[in-house]
Design a protein around this ligand. Structure first.
Ligand code: NAP
Length: 285
């Protein structure tokens, strides 16, 4: 029951009405028996500074930041975690000793989703498709937290690939870039053990699209698609057809949220309750 001592958490973004974070975190709070509630606030760019000051003044327990504010929010914070600084974007705010600290849990969310599926990346060659916000968070986290043999970034915009490659190298990994083309795909995939797809290709409603088909995956790398609408994307169907281990994007979503709860509350979240809530909201359970 909500009462005068209930701790409030929120996600801020625009739009924010589609966010699954309220269902996911409220499920975890209730599984843990915590007097906490999680809501969503639509915040526009020009309101971002006021919103953060307001959330801090109202003593929110913690806040997630979603599109389009993940980079702009950095300008309103007192402190950044090393990972958030290296990524240049924040998805989690912690209110600590009167200071607002920014974290980025997207990368660790992806890493923990791989680990949960029994996949270790140490010593392995990782191919990341895309060079946007999610690809950046994942690549930099793997560079900072793991001993990967190397990371290859495959995308369609050379300037973005080069900029990200520089940051990934500074974060501690060997890195290569490749421009997306049919000819490049064939050779590149077979040089890698783990493929992480981090573009919107295949996302609802264009669910028949995929950058890779079974014929590209004959060497049987592990394939993780971070797209989670639908849960089983065309890419994952192609990966299964090729005999690869296929990991869906729900794991990353749940684990980035779980890491935020560890930061805010110092508790071990109920990952299973979070996953059930997400699957139910997606109509998958
Ligand atoms: P973003 O910052 O807009 O980046 C999108 C990336 O995809 C860019 O590198 C873009 O290339 C590339 N791209 C877009 N359309 C493409 C196409 N047709 N062919 C090849 N490359 C294409 O987006 P994001 O935030 O990184 O998100 C990417 C996807 O991941 C979205 O579907 C999002 O829902 C999902 N996601 C999932 C989770 C999770 O927890 N599971 C978390 C974050 C994001 P250019 O730079 O050349 O345009």
């Amino acid at each position: 029951m909500v009462d005068a001592s209930t701790k409030v958490f929120a996600v801020i973004g625009s739009p924010v009405e589609h966010s699954l974070s309220p269902q996911m975190h409220n499920a975890s709070f209730s599984a843990l028996g915590l007097n906490c509630i999680y809501v969503a606030h639509r915040v526009e760019a020009q309101e971002l500074g006021d919103a953060i000051a307001g959330l801090k003044a109202l003593k929110y327990g913690g806040v997630n930041v979603t599109l389009p504010h993940k980079q702009a929010v950095v300008g309103y914070l007192d402190e950044l975690s090393g990972e958030a600084r290296a990524i240049g974007a924040v998805n989690t705010l912690e209110f600590r000793d009167g200071r607002v600290v920014g974290h980025n849990t997207d990368g660790i969310g992806a890493l923990n989703a791989l680990r949960e599926a029994g996949v270790e990346v140490d010593g392995r060659r990782v191919l990341i498709l895309g060079s946007g916000g999610a690809a950046r968070a994942i690549a930099i986290t793997l560079a900072m937290r793991c001993e990967v043999a190397g990371i290859t970034l495959l995308g369609r915009t050379r300037e973005k690939l080069e900029a990200l490659a520089g940051d990934v190298e500074r974060a501690g990994a060997r890195v290569a870039i490749r421009l997306l083309s049919e000819a490049e795909l064939r050779g590149t995939v077979e040089e890698h053990d783990v493929v992480i797809h981090a573009t919107p290709v295949g996302m609802h409603p264009r669910t028949e699209e995929t950058l890779l088909r079974a014929e590209h995956l004959a060497s049987k790398p592990v394939v993780m698609d971070i797209v989670y609408t639908p849960r089983e994307t065309r890419l994952l169907r192609e990966a299964k057809k090729a005999g690869c281990k296929a990991i869906d994007g729900v794991g990353m979503l749940v684990h980035q949220g779980a890491e935020a709860e560890r930061i805010w509350l110092g508790v071990e979240p109920s990952v299973e309750a979070m996953r059930r809530a997400v699957l139910e909201a997606l109509g998958e359970e």
